[in-house]
Ligand binder design. Structure first.
Ligand SMILES: Cc1cc2nc3c(=O)[nH]c(=O)nc-3n(C[C@H](O)[C@H](O)[C@H](O)COP(=O)(O)OP(=O)(O)OC[C@H]3O[C@@H](n4cnc5c(N)ncnc54)[C@H](O)[C@@H]3O)c2cc1C
Ligand code: FES
Length: 350
């Protein structure tokens, strides 16, 4: 297999990259952190300038990388592979206090598959080797047919040998309907890579934290809540979990008990077709009721892209600056085909 040298500016670093390997993968495996979110050519977060050399653009969504941007020398590093030695200029903005965990290949055995809700399965993987990650990050899980999908880690770095994933059924979905909800069972061997993503707990931000998730967008937020509980970091945390009805809420016993036993934590289910504490409404609506002014908080939003965008708008209307908001959009193949949810504003953290 031919290998090329990729120089990363402004770092002045060099990595070796195989001709079938993406530039992002080569960098993350060497511990060189570059911005990325979806790792599937959908969101545009990893866009960088190719200063020297030719790339194969890979499976870049035409919405995330416009033809005009290609012509100007841009590429999506999560799908671009080298055709020769390269020099690439990327936006490198590693934040103080955020650990960098090189991407690794992992294997493990399925410890349990639990029906967490009508359309959600909680999957626990006992990893063969400890998995290093920051709360909020995700892994890419490979199906037996070789399809790879991102899933956020709901467990905490304090227990690196067991990875908890929350997987929602997607009608017609290759990996969910075709595998996880069809045949995945305890004892099966699986492989995954990671950790990935920029959506991770910022330990040095001491402001009160507002976590806002819909559906399985709860997964990385659960990791953060448990991390605060296990490390005793002292953060004040409010968690909103948006689903349709009480039956769709999962892990409610865990969060209710945590709320009852701790002053630092508040659990606020947001039910669009049901009530909880006499309230009905989606996450952005309840948030607007509770926070006429949100300035002074740090917010983490995660879930389907429409909910994430609506919640982002609600927070900004309540005067929270984009620099205080972190988001993870659960883009899927339909979002990719539609191309409607590419976030272009440089102000918005992803
Ligand atoms: C960073 C990140 C983290 C994520 N974390 C989680 C998580 O923790 N939990 C979770 O449940 N999900 C998560 N997701 C979503 C997850 O990765 C998958 O997208 C989801 O599970 C669907 O996979 P699938 O193979 O079953 O569906 P796919 O086969 O990818 O299809 C998804 C949907 O799109 C439709 N579709 C497929 N192709 C097209 C097309 N060409 N045009 C129109 N529609 C199409 C399908 O019918 C289906 O309804 C995350 C996504 C990202 C980007
Ligand atoms: S991380 Fe490359 S397009 Fe999303």
């Amino acid at each position: 297999m031919t290998e090329y040298t990729v120089a990363i500016e402004p770092l002045g670093a060099e990595v070796t990259c195989r001709e079938d390997q993406t530039v992002l993968d080569a960098c993350l495996r060497e511990g060189i952190w570059l911005p990325h979110a979806c790792t599937h050519g959908t969101c545009g977060t990893c866009k960088a300038e190719v200063l020297e050399g030719e790339v194969n653009y890979g499976d870049a969504s035409p919405y995330a990388l416009l033809e005009s941007e290609r012509e100007e020398g841009a590429a999506l590093l999560c799908v671009a592979t080298p055709r020769e030695d390269l020099t690439v200029e990327a936006e490198v903005d590693v934040e103080e206090g955020v650990d960098i965990h090189p991407v690794r290949d992992y294997t493990g055995v399925i410890e349990s598959v639990e029906e967490a809700g009508p359309r959600v399965r909680k999957v626990i993987i006992a990893a063969d080797t400890p998995v290093s990650f920051n709360p909020g990050q995700y892994v890419s899980l490979a199906s037996p047919t070789g399809e790879v999908r991102p899933y956020s880690i709901a467990s905490t770095p304090q227990d690196p040998s067991r990875i908890e994933l929350h997987i929602q059924l997607s009608d017609g979905g290759v990996v969910t309907e075709g595998w996880v909800f069809k045949s995945l069972a305890a004892g099966d061997r699986v492989s995954f890579t990671g950790p990935y993503g920029k959506f991770s707990w910022r330990p040095l931000r001491e402001q009160p934290v507002v976590l806002l998730g819909s559906g399985t967008g709860l997964a990385p937020l659960k990791s953060m809540v448990r991390h605060v509980a296990e490390t005793g970091s002292g953060h004040q945390v409010v968690l909103y979990h948006g689903v349709a009805t009480r039956d769709d809420l999962y892990d409610k016993e865990f969060f209710t008990e945590l709320d009852e036993q701790n002053d630092w934590f508040s659990y606020r289910p947001a039910l669009s077709k049901d009530t909880w504490n006499d309230r009905t409404g989606r996450v952005p609506a309840l948030l607007a009721e509770d926070y006429p002014r949100a300035a002074g908080n740090v917010a983490y939003i995660c879930g389907n892209p429409a909910m994430v965008t609506d919640t982002m708008k609600a927070l900004m209307k309540a005067r929270l600056f984009p620099r205080d908001i972190y988001r993870e959009d659960f883009f899927d193949s339909a979002d990719r085909a539609a191309g409607t949810n590419v976030v272009r504003s440089p102000l918005i953290k992803r």
